[in-house]
Design a protein around this ligand. Sequence first.
Ligand code: MLT
Ligand code: MN
Ligand code: ZN
Length: 306
Amino acid sequence: MRITVLGSAAGGGFPQWNCNCRNCAGVRSGAINAKPRTQSSIFIRPDDSADGVLFNASPDILEQIRSHPTLQPARAVRDTAIAGVILMDGQIDHATGLFMLRERGSPLPLWCTDPVEEDLSQGNPVLRVLTHYCGVDRHRIALDGASFEVPGVEGLSFKALPLSSKAAPYSPHRDHPVAGDNIGMLITDTRRGTTLFYAPGLGQITPPVFDAMSNADAVMVDGTFWTDDEMPRLGLSKKTARDIGHLPQSGKGGMIEWMAKLRPTTRRLLIHINNTNPILDDNSPERAVLTQAGIVVTEDKMEFEV
Ligand code: MLT
Ligand code: MN
Ligand code: ZN
């Protein structure tokens, strides 16, 4: 399979419109060595296929499609390479792009869990709004370990894993998590026999999550924050990384420690990086720590095969 990183930043993107933290100010002025990033989304297609699956629909989706000509194969007067959309949660940064796909001529094939479907029909009713446009052909993602396929995307199989993270603030279970608010996805290329574990929002490495990561050829996981108190320390929020469902990279029990336990050959990538995270500065000591540990910080337009 081919994986294209359409967007690698967390909610708000990088730089964030109203932010003048060291990173955001630095990338605008050129004072730091960093690349701007759009909000997190990836596109996966099987080898030798134009059509693939969009993981999450970012608010930046139109810009992302424009900057990736492979997403517009132009086989007909109206066309797209997006055969279906899979949502990992119902947050703004992963669902807002659904509005932008409304010009489709047929209902949008969409896979999400029941809690996400509920949040996107009530608290943030994008799925109801879309019934006035193209409509949505919604498929339920089960949490029982069953795998599923996306029609038109032969040779890939998908299996969801419930994660401990957070639902959006407009969810009735923001503070009372239910299984399926956030999921990770095991994507298997059935011809190659290879697997990617994708989890852009991940608060805790539970035994099933570690098991999935250990068996994957590549893991692309939550890179939101470097430290748990990153936002409070900058005076930008009272909430810690863990409070909002993101496992920080550094420190005891952080993502770096967990990744060190994976097989040496496993590809390790971070995505959904918040604009405050020092790893966005390519010359930062924090980035050097990741490089030393064999961990790659994804950037927009990155492409690789698994
Ligand atoms: C998150 O990942 O915690 C959310 O997407 C944050 C946000 O965009 O509001
Ligand atoms: Mn997010
Ligand atoms: Zn910032």
